[in-house]
Unconditional design. Structure first.
Length: 107
């Protein structure tokens, strides 16, 4: 069973539905004069093949807002934590191994 967020893989839904919803959300945020940051990631592909140290540096290099990088780091840490919890704990392509400490921190 696919989660609601997988519109591109559900019957009678597609990525155009997500694009329309995203545009509407952006418009609403502009009207409310608030910022919105979005990202679309294929988590299994994105975080398994990227040098994470380089990713954070590249995000700064290409001008990502300072508070956006920690958000992506948290998303990454959550993904690694979930992999650990559900038994898919493995070594990344950059040689880094994720583990959860006694305090719950992902390293």
């Amino acid at each position: 069973m696919l989660p609601e967020s997988q519109c591109g893989f559900r019957r009678h839904r597609g990525t155009t539905d997500v694009i329309l919803a995203t545009r509407q959300l952006k418009k609403n945020c502009q009207e409310m004069r608030t910022h919105i940051y979005t990202t679309f990631l294929e988590l299994m592909k994105a975080f398994d093949t990227v040098n994470r140290g380089g990713l954070w540096k590249d995000m700064q290099k290409f001008g990502c807002p300072e508070r956006f990088t920690p958000m992506v780091r948290q998303l990454h840490d959550l993904f690694i934590y979930l992999e650990f919890i559900f038994g898919k704990h493995r070594q990344g392509t950059d040689g880094m191994m994720a583990r959860v400490t006694d305090s719950g921190t992902v390293t």
